[in-house]
Design a protein around this ligand. Sequence first.
Ligand SMILES: Nc1ncnc2c1ncn2[C@@H]1O[C@H](COP(=O)(O)OP(=O)(O)OP(=O)(O)O)[C@@H](O)[C@H]1O
Ligand SMILES: [Mg+2]
Length: 109
Amino acid sequence: MFLEVKNLCKTYGEKQVLKDVNFSLDEGSILCILGPSGCGKTTILNSIGGFIKNDSGQIILNGEDISSLNPEVRNVSTVFQSYGLFSNKNVLENVAYGLKFRNVKNMIE
Ligand SMILES: Nc1ncnc2c1ncn2[C@@H]1O[C@H](COP(=O)(O)OP(=O)(O)OP(=O)(O)O)[C@@H](O)[C@H]1O
Ligand SMILES: [Mg+2]
């Protein structure tokens, strides 16, 4: 399994946003996380990207526990939503932006 999210928990103040979130993904596969506003989708992505610290749980990428690594040393690229996007770039260019910095091959040009 390429990405494993195990028992991810995150609380903001009194509010538990993530409670034992578990899923795994094969390399090259696509997962869509759907849910109402405020259910924790961005919190999950921020956890995988390393932008927030989880209360507990593990993120395993390609066999390595990256849970405690800083964002810049994780082999992960995040495309932020709405105001975090480059308005002068199209969808593909926004998605490809972080990958170019990682020198990811076989991108659609
Ligand atoms: N830094 C923060 N401090 C306190 N509460 C936060 C913080 N970030 C997110 N939250 C709260 O955590 C919950 C989940 O937020 P999150 O942004 O993950 O939701 P979402 O599913 O991405 O929503 P949307 O569909 O609107 O993007 C919300 O109740 C939000 O108010
Ligand atoms: Mg969100």
